[in-house]
Design a protein. Structure first.
Ligand code: SME
Length: 148
């Protein structure tokens, strides 16, 4: 985990904009972690989450999600990481890709405010562990610090 964080920290330090840091983050996370099949970053604009960067086999139709809707909107509203082991069994889930089986959404904080989130889909059921949560919460902190 530390190797991924340190490599990301270095790469992010080499770019000059928050948008570029988001692009690097989604690309590197997907490249480095086998079960991360689709990786996106949504940023909060008022009461909506707007897709800012993504990496994966295909684009999602969910480019704007109201806070409170879907797993993404839930994480933004509560400010807490959400892990869904079986998306097909969760009525809150907004479907994007037919092959997705599980999802994790991790809020990005700047001081006390949720300014965005990292959203990852896996084609594997129950793919996300506590290690993934810890890794992604550290990545979210890197991005949140950058946004301050
Ligand atoms: N599944 C998400 C929507 C975004 S896609 O996963 C890219 C949700 O339930 O909020």
């Amino acid at each position: 985990m530390n190797v991924i964080i340190e490599s990301l920290r270095e790469k992010i330090a080499s770019v000059s904009s928050f948008a570029a840091a988001c692009e690097i983050t989604v690309r590197e996370l997907r490249r480095l972690v086998a079960q991360f099949d689709w990786v996106g970053i949504y940023m909060r604009q008022g009461e909506e989450l707007v897709l800012t960067a993504w990496d994966g086999p295909e684009a999602t139709v969910h480019v704007r999600i109201p806070v409170g809707q879907g797993i993404c909107g839930l994480a933004a509203r509560t400010g807490e990481t959400v892990i869904v082991g079986d998306v097909n069994a969760d009525p809150r889930y907004l479907a994007c890709f037919p092959q997705t089986r599980s999802e994790i959404v991790v809020p990005i904080y700047a001081k006390d405010d949720v300014i965005g989130e990292i959203d990852i889909d896996s084609d594997k059921a129950s793919a996300f562990t506590d290690d993934d949560r810890q890794l992604l919460e550290r990545v979210a902190t890197l991005l949140g610090d950058l946004a301050l």
